[in-house]
Design a protein around this ligand. Sequence first.
Ligand code: SF4
Ligand code: MSK
Length: 672
Amino acid sequence: MMAKEKKTPEQLSIDPAAQEMLIRAEQIGVGTAFTRAENMAPCNIGGAGMCCKLCGMGPCRLTKEGQTGVCGATIDTIQARNFIRAIAAGSAAHSDHGRDMAFTLKAVANGEAEGYYIRDVAKLRTVAAHYDIPIEGRAPEEIANDLADLYLAQFGQQRGEVAPLKRAPAKRQKLWRDTKVVPRGIDREVVEALHRTHIGDDQDPEHILQHAVRTALADGWGGSMIATDVADILFGTPAPLLGQANLGVLKQDMVNVIVHGHEPTLSEMIVAASQTPEIIEYAKAAGAKGVNLAGICCTANEILMRQGVPAAGNFLQQELAILTGAVEAMVVDVQCIMQALVGLATNFHTKIITTSPKVKIKGATHIEFDEHKALTIAKQILREAIDNYKNRGDIQIPDVREDLVPGFSHEYINYMLGGSYRASFRPLNDAIISGRIRGVAAIVGCNNPRSQHDYLHTHVTSELLKQDVLVVQTGCGAIASAKLGLLLGEAGLDKVGPGLREICETVGIPPVLHMGSCVDNTRILTVLTQMVEEGGLGDDIDQVPAVGLAPEWMSEKALAIGTYCVASGAYVMFGGSSPISGMPDKVEDSDIVLRYISEGWEELYGGKLEFIDDPDEMIARTLAHIDKKRAELGLPEYDPQRFGRSGDARMRELEALPLAERQAALYGTPGK
Ligand code: SF4
Ligand code: MSK
């Protein structure tokens, strides 16, 4: 048998910084997720969702149509059970993050959280008003205390409806009540998902998947929304600022500390601690110019969009950052942290510091975070990193970085479209109605070494921009676009269609809006709701010409996000492999689960979920869906020829003309 040909660094990643570090890994003789993925072929049966290991009579691996497990479970039941379990895990991860944020808000409200304070009182008041919490004449701490209690109660609530659900369009809320998928309490739905999938419980795939929707909604319109709200209240609602991304943000003459994971509570405090005179002095005494902070994954997004702290990279760059040899400490909290970091770090001086009471890794240093003494702990962590500076060996920092403008919260989008005098989504809706913006695509999610790093994200994004589709991004996809220079305002406008370009020039925005971390996909739900409420684009989210895409997904959280977006009315496509692809030689019609989450869910919720491995097919389906929604709304057919005659490009054209011609072009010929 012929040996499998090893992929080149260029085949593994489109990012030159990543390629450089992959060459270094090869020279040093260490593995990374890229090489491990090459050496570990995925299991076909498990990958297709046809392996059940829910009880000791199995694991049952079904390989033929009509085969069942020992208990009689069919392929469809097993696929539905595997799928809902992934959604339950994803929802649990996001929502537990939201719970921790709510506990921090409670501690801040009661003056028990060292170093934290309420930074965005306006957002606190707006959010509290959604739930009829009295705000007039009350101190922010009093309001925050009530809001924290209300939010904490959502997790253990047994009956009724989770409170943030009332922020969805009225028609959508009714649909959820009619289809009986309203989440009652966040923890309850996750527990019930596990109960239903225990041996001998729910066996009807469609019934299981109905609860998958309820569980995912408990995440999107529950736990994740709570996480985003509280992060904004405590650390500030993001607004555009200048940032940088890629491994080139690491500094040769400074103590480099990378914060990696998801929750902003510790990372925000590390940012604050790194700027204190005592820490700066401590770093200088160690021979460094100071402390240089950078982020990886969604922690990067959190502190990038609020503090302008640079992003060293996305999910697949966590090991590559250590390979520079220039990282004194990598401080991790929860989610998307590879166990391989610890083994890799033994080849360098980097300290891996775990901080969450929920996450320990053998061989890592554990310094447990406690929001009651956060500043003290943050300083302790930074001192550990500074003490490690003297142990640096050879370093190689790729000279690759790109500027970006992140921070497009829905509040800021509202403001930028009309200023504080008449903040509104009207201009965005009008741009879609006129056809300058053909539609909106949310391109979100992870990296996955099963495909070329960053390629799917950036290919799909670039092609949709040419088609006048406004792109919003979160998570590791946003960092991929940042590294390619797509989040740069006017510098990237030569790559977008003529109508979208006019809008970007008029409003002064980049064509790709960075909206935050993976819990912040709830901002996209809020934007879609506000577009509906603004008028002209139907009366529910499923009528808006919009699509959600996760081209390089890998995490269970992505499946939860995809499902709550579908239940909210969106067409969602995932790239790469499908966790419920079923039999390779299946008869299309027999694939009950795949058909149910697309056609079945579309009938029920107006949104559908599909797994499409060809990025060009994803692009084609996105455009077809947007055009279909435009037609259903009675909007003019998309026609790029009609636009591109205003804005900066037009002004430059006019400036080049002789005065008389310019005046004629602007004001018409007198007498005519
Ligand atoms: Fe096999 Fe049924 Fe047990 Fe699953 S629950 S492992 S299909 S016997
Ligand atoms: S970090 S969940 S790899 S987006 Fe949010 Fe990135 Fe996906 Fe983790």
